[in-house]
Write a protein that binds this ligand. Structure first.
Ligand code: 5RP
Length: 226
């Protein structure tokens, strides 16, 4: 296992230790969350924990089902006690960019219906400012080429997210992803507002004021609370 993967494993497995009997748990998406889910499934089986999972993507649903974790949709639960999710980049304010796995829309819905959100990341993702990771924007397919041109005119270096065969990637909700290559985001709140006002944008990958804590894997595991 390489160093980054080892840090993801460490953060994911530690997060599994935070789950207690009876919790409704939001299950994020990605390779770090995979370690969390595997460890959680192990605890459920070994300790007989009664846990209900609420997933953020088809990918996570099939992973969690494979491990025998009981699942409900976000609309079937009163609220989610704790969501554990990954992130693509986190800054020192605990704001982040998510959506590298194209699950940002459902991830944001689950996060906003959670009493507490914890992100699990490796050290390489923790930066002073956001923007090194391209910002995913989920857009309605109709008019998306016009939207791309608008982002180009605003110097946001947009690209459609594509599959290896060149086809545009379609999200679980049937939308496209446009990645904005911004290098650095000086004003995340203003950018979030601009994107939210743009017709055709369904959701963006700026998760501001969402994470209550971040667990960073590394030689020493670091937990930063908001
Ligand atoms: C998916 C996400 C993921 O949480 C993010 O991409 C991190 O993934 P990984 O743990 O594989 O690095 O936002 O939309």
């Amino acid at each position: 296992m390489d160093r980054i993967t080892e840090q993801k494993r460490q953060a994911g497995e530690y997060a599994a230790s935070l789950i207690t009997d009876g919790m409704i748990v939001g299950l994020g998406t990605g390779s770090t969350v995979k370690f969390f889910i595997e460890k959680l499934a192990e605890r459920i089986n070994r300790e007989g924990l009664d846990i209900v999972g609420v997933t953020t993507s088809r990918q996570t649903s099939s992973l969690a089902k494979g491990w025998g974790i009981k699942l409900k949709s976000v609309d079937e639960v009163p609220a989610i006690d704790l969501t554990i999710d990954g992130a693509d980049e986190v800054d020192t304010n605990l704001d982040g960019i998510k959506g590298g796995g194209a699950a940002l829309l459902f991830e944001k819905i689950v996060a906003l219906n959670s009493k507490r959100n914890i992100w699990i990341v490796d050290q390489s993702k923790y930066h002073d400012k956001l923007g090194q990771f391209p910002l995913p924007v989920e857009v309605v397919p109709y008019g998306s080429h016009q939207l791309l041109k608008r982002f180009e005119a605003a110097d946001m270096a947009p690209t459609f997210r594509r599959l290896p065969d060149g086809q545009r990637l379609t999200t679980d909700a049937g939308n496209y992803i446009i990645d904005l290559h911004l290098a650095v985001i000086e004003h995340p709140q203003a950018l979030a507002y601009y994107l939210e006002q743009t017709i055709g944008v369904v959701e963006h990958g700026l998760f501001l004021n969402v994470a209550d804590a971040v667990i960073i894997g590394g030689e020493k595991l670091v937990v930063i609370e908001r």
